[in-house]
Design a protein around this ligand. Sequence first.
Ligand code: FAD
Length: 467
Amino acid sequence: MSAPEGALAVLVAGGGWAGCAAAVELSASGARVTLAESARTLGGRARGVEVNGKLLDNGQHILLGAYHETLRLQRQVGIDPDQAMLRLPVQMRYPEGAGGMDFVAPRWPAPLHLLGALLRATGLAREDKLALARFTTAARTMGWVLYQDCSVHELLERFGQTERLARLLWYPLCIAALNTPPARASAKVFLAVLRDSLGARRRAASDMLLPRMDMGALFPQAAARYLGEHGATVLTGTKLSAIARAGDGWQVTLNDRQATFDAVVLATPATQSASLLAPHVPELAQQLSALGYEPIATCYLQYEASVRLDLPFYALFDDPGAGRWGQFAFDRGQLDAAQPGLLAVVVSAAGDAARLDQDALAAAIAAQLAQDLRRPELATPTWTRVITEKRATFSCTPGLVRPGIETPLPGLVLAGDYTASDYPATLETAVRSGVTAATVIRSYGTLPRENRSLSHGGSPVDPTSVR
Ligand SMILES: Cc1cc2nc3c(=O)[nH]c(=O)nc-3n(C[C@H](O)[C@H](O)[C@H](O)COP(=O)(O)OP(=O)(O)OC[C@H]3O[C@@H](n4cnc5c(N)ncnc54)[C@H](O)[C@@H]3O)c2cc1C
C-alpha cells in the first residue's frame, strides 16, 4: 500500500515512541512518511539492548491500563497488549517480614477495588488507612485537580498523611511515576497520575502492565513493519542535522544529504530539538534547553535459572544512606520464558546511585535483595549489569511550563514526552504527543491545495541516498 498522489510528504525525525506514534498515525491517514532515526535501532529511551547474549531493555518499564493511546496504537500495528504484557491489579507489595506493607486491589469494580485494597492491606496502622481514605476522598472531591501547584511533599503534609504511609506508598509512587523526588516533584502532575490509577473510574485503567517482551518489540519494531506495509520509508542510522525553510515546505539535512518535505515532526529529545530550532525560534529553543533531567538506573542480576521470586514484582524499602538503593524488583523469568533467573531492580531519581561505581551499586542491590527477600543466595548473582540513563526524563517540578506541539514555524511540530501534558514523562505522554502532532499536520492536508500553508508535494527522501 502506498500514499496517494499529491499526499503530504512528512519527515518524522526521531524514532522513539513519540516519533513512531506520529509516523503510524500519519501513514494511516495517507501521508507520505519518512521516519528518520539517528541510532541503529528504533525505540529511543524505551528500546531493547543486548547484554551477555540476552535481549534486555535500556530500563525496566511499567505501563498502566490508563495508557489508552499506547494500547490503541499497539493494537493498530499488530501487538496484542493482553499477550504482550502481564496485567496485574494496582498494588504496592513489599517482601513479607521486611517491615513494609501488602496493598493489592481485589478484582472489584472501581472505586470499590480501592476500598477493598485498603480494608485488606497489611502493614498499615489504622491511622495510616484513615489518612489514605481521607486523601483519596479529598482528591476525588477536587476532581484530582490542583489549581496552585506545590511539591508532592507539601501536598502530603497539607492532606495530613502519616509518615509511614508517605514512606510506603506516596513516595515510591511519586518517584516511580514522576522520576522526581517528592520534595521537588509537582503535586499537580502527581494528582493527574493518581486520578488514572488509584482514582480510576474503571478498574482496568488502574491495572499495572509488565512487558513480556523487550521494549523495542512492544511497539517500535511493530510500528516499523506497519510503516513498511503502508509505503512509508524507515531509515535508521540517519541523523537530522539541519532544517531550513524552503518555499512552503522544509529543506532538511539527513546524514549530510538534502531533501525537502511539506512538513516536519521533530520527535527528537528536547536538547536535540533545541539545537535544530535555535536559528529559527531562539525563545522556544531556550525553553527546551532549560529543562532539567533525572537519571534512572536499572540493575540486572542473573541467577541460576531455577531462581524465582514469589511475586512478579516487589516494592523495596530504599534507604540510600544505608546503601539500600533498590526501589522495585522484577522477576523477568515470570514475564519472559527466555529470561529464567533474571531479576531487574530499578532505581529512579537516581542522582546519587548514578555516581557510584556500577559493580558497587550492583553488589549493594544484591545484598539488599538477599536481606529483604530472606534469600541468602540472591547476594551472589552469576553476573550483573547496571544500565543508567542519565537523562531518563525531565525533572517534573511544580509549575513547570512545557512547550506545546505547535511551534511558530508553519509545518513544523514537536512530539516527545516533554511536551505540554497533564502527565509526567511517560510512554503514554510520548505516544499522545505523536498522535497530536499527526492530527495537527493532517489538518493542513484537509485544506484545499491552494489554501495549504504547506503546498508542494515535496520530494521525499530516497532511502538509499541517505544511509
Ligand atoms: C530507564 C527508563 C525507565 C522508564 N520507565 C518508564 C516506565 O516505567 N513507564 C513509562 O511510562 N515511562 C517510562 N520511562 C519514560 C519513557 O521511556 C519515555 O517517556 C519515552 O520513551 C520517551 O519517548 P520519546 O519518543 O518522547 O523520546 P525518545 O525516546 O528520547 O526518542 C527520541 C529519538 O530521537 C532520536 N534522535 C535524537 N537526535 C536525532 C536526530 N538529530 N535525528 C534523528 N533522530 C534523532 C533518538 O535516538 C531517539 O530514538 C522510562 C524511561 C527510562 C529512560
